[in-house]
Design a binder for this molecule. Structure first.
Ligand code: HEC
Ligand code: HEC
Length: 452
């Protein structure tokens, strides 16, 4: 793309006065035309590079930010803030050139900012393409073969030292990139896929409605809450979010924030709970009935945990039971979360269940006592014919303690300096051994405590 076109970009700015106003969906498309055409428009009016790639909202945001940092793209606008311009363009690009849910399944850890993951990719690919950024950054893109080739050119043009740094200088990097990597990427991650065609044609569900959400906040413990999601009247692509619930110790949890749904399933929310701001990176299941992902502190992304939410739809449903382990020979108070809980009996194999508080149909408190002679092991919890297997564990003693992950990455900082401290989270798990024969034993998890 000829760089002399840059000047054209500034001419386009003269036209942006007409933008703004409430038509946000259309605005995204128009903003991309205006802000990107200066350097990317082709003779037939299509946009070079942009139309031959698909990626996640985060992927598009990083590309546009590179256009700003490296190529001088300015997002100045008469009525919108630069953040709003960026947001509208990212939304439009992720909706029209995004990834289908199935194209992201095994790689959600990067989207969820779960840093303590050791990636599993073929060695040559990981050394060639996963040593400066995650391999997932590559595998979360879809491109034509030509575009994969250009990525290699762009890397060498932008960072010539790629060939001379570690894992580059010990091999003919460019030759391997062109001859091995690009052809494989073109086959594994092509622009056009059945998954994307089907997802574009599919009816999309709205996340608006009532949800029950349950998870674990490090330092605070297990929680469950009703999460109400309502579309904003002036911005149908955005939702207000309110969370009303309790931690396991009975203390109140209240959160308020907002969410955006990209590509029909990529839920990104920011919710303030007490003094802490959390991000939620969830995927909406294709039936629109569940949200799953990670909720983590905005300023300490490793401090967080997996959570799941299910949608209210006139049915009785079981979401979670916590704590997830109880000692044999004692009575333990458990919280059960879900929908319509007062309407059906909660049963736990080999245990007596006494309901203590069932006033809230999304959260019931029960006292559970394993029957005499109950053995160590996992038990299922059932409600109205729905069974969750291995939902809780019965144990006699703590036979083993494990700290997970076995190593975590943190960084010193803060204390008035320019670089913030990065914390990590370790979780201590108690394990109990269930003797399954004289020769073997099976380990069951009995509790988890988080230590940020
Ligand atoms: C001032 C010129 C300029 C503007 C304006 C500009 N780009 Fe670019 N763009 C470039 C150049 C130069 C490259 C090739 C080098 C690179 O990838 O950084 C590029 C490359 C790209 C690529 C290919 C990146 C890759 O990894 O293969 C995409 C996608 C892209 N631009 C999107 C956009 C979008 C979207 C906009 C509008 C928001 C935009 N660009 C605006 C100059 C520009
Ligand atoms: C020497 C370090 C290095 C190596 C090796 C490397 N990359 Fe990158 N790559 C980068 C950097 C830095 C960026 C970020 C550019 C940005 O976001 O501004 C990047 C960005 C990308 C992107 C996102 C571009 C976009 O705008 O969407 C893709 C895709 C990518 N790399 C693919 C690859 C592939 C494929 C390989 C192996 C052939 C590879 N990278 C090897 C440094 C590297």
């Amino acid at each position: 793309m000829p760089l002399k076109n840059r000047s054209l970009n500034f001419l386009f700015f003269a036209g942006i006065v007409v933008l703004g106003g409430p038509a946000w969906g259309a605005a995204g498309e128009r903003l991309v035309e205006v802000y990107c055409a200066g350097c990317h428009v082709q003779a037939d009016g299509s946009l070079s590079r942009i139309e031959d790639q698909r990626k996640t909202p985060e992927g598009w945001e990083m590309t546009i930010n590179r256009m700003r940092i490296t190529h001088g793209l300015s997002l100045q606008h008469e009525t919108m803030s630069q953040g709003e311009v960026l947001g509208a363009m990212v939304k439009y690009l992720a909706d029209t050139r995004g990834l289908a849910p199935s194209e992201t399944t095994s790689l959600r850890y990067v989207l969820e900012q779960d840093g303590n993951v050791v990636e599993q990719f073929p060695q040559e690919f990981a050394e060639m393409c996963g040593r400066c950024h995650s391999s997932a950054r590559v595998a979360l893109q879809r491109r034509t073969r030509e575009e994969w080739d250009r990525t290699v050119d762009f890397h060498l043009g932008q960072w010539p030292s790629t060939e001379y740094s570690l894992y580059g200088r010990d091999r003919p990097w460019l030759k391997i990139a062109r001859e091995n990597i690009v052809p494989a990427l073109a086959v594994d991650y092509p622009l056009e896929t059945d998954a994307w065609a089907e997802w574009q044609a599919a009816d999309k569900s709205s996340p608006a409605g009532e949800w029950v959400i349950s998870g674990h906040v490090p330092g605070e413990g297990d929680f469950s809450a009703v999460m109400s999601v309502s579309p904003l009247s002036d911005r149908p692509d955005r939702f207000s979010v309110e969370m009303n619930g309790h931690y396991a110790d009975g203390s109140v949890m209240f959160g308020e924030g907002s969410a955006i749904l990209y590509t029909g399933f990529e839920w990104r929310a920011t919710v303030n709970v007490g003094e802490t701001t959390f991000n939620q990176t969830f995927a909406l299941t294709s039936d629109g009935q569940a949200l799953q992902g990670r909720m983590y502190q905005k300023d300490q992304v490793l401090v967080g945990a997996r959570v799941k939410a299910i949608k209210q739809n006139e049915r009785v449903a079981l979401l979670s039971v916590y704590p997830r382990s109880l000692p044999i020979g004692e009575t333990t108070r458990l919280t059960v979360s879900g929908f319509g809980l007062g309407l059906a009996e909660i049963t736990i194999a080999d245990a007596n269940v006494e309901v203590i508080d069932a006033q809230d149909s999304s959260r019931v408190i029960v006292d559970v006592t394993p029957i005499d002679g109950a053995s160590v092991g996992y038990r299922s919890v059932s409600l109205a014919g729905e069974e969750q297997t291995q939902a809780i564990a019965f144990y006699e003693s703590v036979d083993e303690l494990a700290v997970e992950p076995s190593y975590g990455i943190a960084r010193i900082g803060g204390n008035g300096g320019g670089t913030p401290k990065v914390e990590t989270v370790f979780r201590a798990r108690g394990k109990s051994w269930e003797r399954i024969s004289n020769l073997g034993r099976q380990t069951i998890l009995i509790w988890g405590i988080s230590m940020p």
